[in-house]
Design a binder for this molecule. Structure first.
Ligand code: SAM
Length: 192
């Protein structure tokens, strides 16, 4: 059974370099690159979550640009991917939207470059997903920005995926851009 997947890019609540909780700014590259990845790996939607109205206005301008007739004609692949993007003010709004669409609350899966307790390996979680039965909850795959998702968000989380490491493992550098992480994560979970 193919579980419906919703990708969520959180801009709040996020940690900054000092460990404060902040709202980060939306990055235009994230809209373009993560929506293409989401589209390639069959996600239903890419939610960009920010409580800041100014950011909504800015992102809406970008979305409107890429949904114009001209863009659809001349940049069809790009506008198809960007059509998956939906703005939300909060994660509550995301959950409500997913529930409205699927009839079920999502299983919330957090990704992080840091090692967090009780995380699950990609191999194990992919196997679990492949064995899911009809009517299983949809997935909300949560990606962070800034210095990562703040611990204030953890009560929302059902599952945590292991960090991705390179050849030198947990002692090595593993600070991927969220765009690169999104591609690696979706390929590990949903790639053929
Ligand atoms: C903390 S943000 C970094 C944002 C950064 N300013 C950028 O260039 O994208 C990166 C997000 O990508 C994901 N990520 C990055 N590196 C990762 C890794 N090694 N393993 C798992 N997820 C990772 C996590 O969702 C993390 O919250």
């Amino acid at each position: 059974v193919q579980v419906p997947v919703y990708v969520v890019l959180l801009h709040y609540p996020i940690q900054n370099r000092r460990g404060d909780i902040v709202a980060t700014s939306v990055t235009n590259l994230d809209i373009h690159d993560i929506s293409r990845t989401a589209c390639t790996y069959g996600a239903k939607r890419l939610f960009m979550v920010t409580p800041i109205e100014d950011q909504h206005r800015l992102v809406n301008r970008v979305l409107e640009h890429w949904s114009s007739e001209g863009a659809q004609k001349w940049h069809r692949d790009r506008s198809e991917a960007i059509s998956l993007v939906q703005l939300a003010h909060s994660f509550d709004e995301v959950k409500a939207e997913i529930e409205k669409e699927t009839g079920t609350c999502p299983e919330v899966v957090l990704t992080d470059a840091r090692s967090l307790p009780k995380s699950v390996s990609y191999r194990e979680y992919r196997k679990e997903l492949e064995e899911r039965q009809e009517g299983s909850p949809p997935l909300a795959l949560v990606l962070g920005t800034g210095w990562g998702v703040a611990s204030e968000f953890y009560p929302e989380v059902d599952r945590i995926l292991d960090p991705i490491y390179g050849p030198t493992g947990e002692k090595g550098y593993n600070h991927l851009s969220v765009r690169a992480a999104a591609a690696a994560i979706m390929d590990r979970l949903f790639g053929q």
